[in-house]
Design a protein around this ligand. Structure first.
Ligand SMILES: Nc1nc2c([nH]c(=O)n2[C@H]2C[C@H](O)[C@@H](COP(=O)(O)OP(=O)(O)OP(=O)(O)O)O2)c(=O)[nH]1
Length: 146
């Protein structure tokens, strides 16, 4: 692996509409045991030489069977990234599905659309709960758009 390559975790806040998000897609992990049963924003790790946005499009195709359009990045406190429990960090983008119906094909056993005002209603992985709380706060309160 080139010394320049750094694995990064990329994930998407998939919403019904980028211009007026109301519903947010959460996915329940099946592995590893420490994270199984907890909910996350779908995504995965970049591969060597792969651009982060390309990795995210690939992961969403593989895991959920959808093609998405990426919106703005949702910046976190570490140079724009969000801290994870591991040594890795997470980069997060808004996204909207442009093709396909999301299904838990790989790595997840359930997906759920969270309605406006209920984005914190699942047992998120702690790092994701922090990010989703901040998304709600930036959107101006618990309701987002109804
Ligand atoms: N995909 C994703 N991973 C997250 C989130 N929050 C969080 O802590 N993680 C952690 C869980 C995993 O330890 C790591 C991502 O690994 P992954 O298992 O999804 O990656 P991957 O699909 O590329 O699979 P692999 O190469 O590890 O087999 O980051 C999140 O919102 N989305």
């Amino acid at each position: 692996m080139s010394p320049k390559h750094q694995t990064c975790v990329v994930a998407a806040a998939i919403v019904d509409r980028l211009d007026r998000p109301a519903r947010l897609l959460a996915a329940r992990r099946t592995a590893p045991p420490a994270l199984a049963g907890q909910w996350e924003l779908p995504g995965g790790k970049t591969e060597p030489g792969e651009a982060p946005a390309d990795a995210l499009l690939r992961e969403l195709r593989e895991e959920l069977g959808v093609r998405v359009r990426l919106g703005a990045q949702i910046t976190g406190p570490l140079d724009g990234h969000w801290p994870l429990a591991s040594a890795l960090t997470l980069r997060l983008w808004w996204a909207e599905i442009v093709d396909g119906e999301p299904m838990p094909l790989q790595d997840h056993d359930q997906i759920r659309w969270l309605e406006a005002g209920r984005w914190l209603d699942v047992a998120w992985i702690p790092a994701d709960r922090t990010a989703v709380s901040e998304m709600v706060r930036r959107a101006g309160g618990p309701c987002v758009h109804r």
